[in-house]
Design a protein around this ligand. Sequence first.
Ligand code: SAM
Length: 164
Amino acid sequence: MVRLNEIRDGEIAVAPPPATDAGLVFIGRIRTPWTSRLECPRQGRADGPVCRIEIFEPWVPALAGLEAFERVEVLYWLHESRRDLVLQSPGRDGVTRGTFALRSPVRPNPIGTSLATLVGVEGATVLVRGLDCLDGTPLIDLKPDRCLFTPLAAPQKGDFDTGN
Ligand code: SAM
């Protein structure tokens, strides 16, 4: 039974503009134990296997200070995903939801995010637990978990704006 790029009952694909990936620079590659989408976790888990995020030059110096954080937000490009579904049936039962109401890898810009536990930084490699992507998945960005991060720049006006 296929469970990769097929269309399921009730799902709707659209004709998207040509995919370009323009404006993104892949800054590294993620090494995980999973070589098939059918074996990846649906979502990473804090006690999952240690995965290696290899940072490419010239970005390695950008890791300075990251080791101080317990958790890291990892953004990656789910490069094997189709991108044209607006309605999806994750349960394969004809019951559909909109793509933007799901965390499915199938989306117009297949960006995946995980809040991963930082295990360590070894030179150009970041070790984390909590990922759910294929071995070789391109890395888009790394950031400290926003809950652990206090802005270092001085506050500015918008920081004090509240709702009407
Ligand atoms: N944690 C991320 C999120 O919520 O944004 C991704 C969640 S997504 C449901 C994880 C699934 O994407 C995996 O179970 C696997 O089926 C699929 N996947 C993982 N790596 C992929 C890749 N490089 N290309 C396409 N699909 C991938």
